[in-house]
Design a protein around this ligand. Structure first.
Ligand code: DNO
Length: 348
């Protein structure tokens, strides 16, 4: 397992020097952030990021994300031009030595939470999702501001998007995903890149928009759409684990055995009657069987990438919700410790 850390490029307040000092750190996870969705990333921007990382002793083998234009998800006639740009991005990233691209296929909204700084029992704060709060939110009244989604949408753009998605149900979204995969996976195969879809977070429809990468049945279907090892998963524990019907250890074991997990996002959440709360990574603070998951990965000889996922804000740190330095670094150390113990026990 190769440990990685998300870095938001040169504007990230967390420096590569600091990331480098986290024990066992292998690669950053980053992206070209200043090019609009659907456009080709200049090779020089990609190469510059790579050089910056390598100068600090880190690799740049994972990209998160190359975002998918809404027209592709909607299946509009204009999708072909955006798919061509996507293919070109895969080729360019392959040239720069990238091995894994994380992306998602969630309509309009990426990850969704209802509060970004809920104070926990120990005075730290974290992201939470409460169903009763979501029920009160209206994405069309212009008041919504969430960390995971593109705030450049204007109220009118959003209204139009919602109208367009009125014709897209789960079946249609699967069809549009299939069309996209059939075009990009052969390019990824040639470029030596593993594509790793991120599950929908949370794994159920939001604001009436369909979501499909949500459970084992749908993931099986996704993997069959293009049955290539390059068509794989970002297995995000905190996303899939928000649905208590998902048996996380069994799913991790199954997809790791198939060689289809390319990237692990590991974090813990505490499930409540009303949704979930993000916690420290350590097993005992949340509802996820983090140790069982890492043990399954070790037993299956997982050699893909892993990153600590959202951290709490601790020790007075402020910054991008979920993406501070301290708690994610603690998360990486915890994951490393459990991983090394599991691997050592297997050798006994
Ligand atoms: C949230 C992230 C997601 C993820 C995208 C991948 O913290 O896990 O925003 O990067 O869904 O495309």
């Amino acid at each position: 397992m190769k440990m990685t850390f998300r870095w938001y490029g040169e504007n990230d307040s967390i420096s590569l020097e600091k990331i480098r000092q986290i024990p066992n750190m292998y690669s950053v996870v980053t992206a070209v952030y200043d090019v609009p969705v659907g456009e080709v990333w200049p090779q020089e921007n990609i190469d510059r990021l790579k050089t910056l990382c390598e100068e600090k002793g880190l690799k740049m083998e994972v990209i998160e994300s190359v975002p998918v234009h809404e027209d592709i998800k909607l299946g509009l006639p204009t999708r072909d031009k955006y798919i061509a740009a996507y293919q070109e991005n895969i080729r360019r990233l392959g040239k720069a030595g990238v091995k894994c691209i994380c992306y998602n296929f969630m309509p309009v909204f990426d990850w969704t939470r209802t509060q970004l700084d809920k104070v926990g029992f120990d005075g730290s704060n974290s992201l939470v999702y409460y169903a009763d709060q979501i029920a009160k939110m209206n994405p069309l009244d212009g008041s919504l501001s969430l960390p995971g989604w593109d705030s450049s949408y204007k109220k009118e753009d959003l209204k139009k998007l919602f109208e367009q998605y009125a014709n897209v149900n789960e079946e249609k979204l699967f069809e549009n995903l299939e069309y996209f995969l059939k075009a990009i996976i052969p390019v990824a195969e040639e470029a030596g890149i593993n594509m790793a879809i991120h599950p929908d977070d949370p794994p159920w429809p939001i604001f009436g928009l369909p979501r499909i990468i949500t459970n084992e049945k749908n993931i099986d279907r996704f993997l069959r759409l293009v049955d290539s090892p390059n068509n794989g998963l970002t297995f995000c524990v905190g996303s899939l684990g928000a649905d208590k019907n998902n048996d996380m250890v069994a799913m991790v074991r199954k997809y790791a055995k198939m060689g289809r997990i390319h990237f692990m996002h590991i974090r813990n959440i505490k499930l409540t009657e009303n949704g979930f709360e993000e916690t420290a990574h350590d097993q005992k603070y949340g509802s996820m069987d983090i140790i069982g998951i890492i043990q399954a990965l070790a037993e299956e000889g997982f050699d893909g990438y892993c990153r600590p996922d959202h951290g709490r804000m601790i020790w007075g740190e402020t910054g991008k919700p979920g993406y501070g330095l301290f708690d994610r670094a603690l998360g990486a150390c915890y994951i490393n410790g459990v991983w090394e113990t599991c691997v050592a026990n297997l050798k006994k």
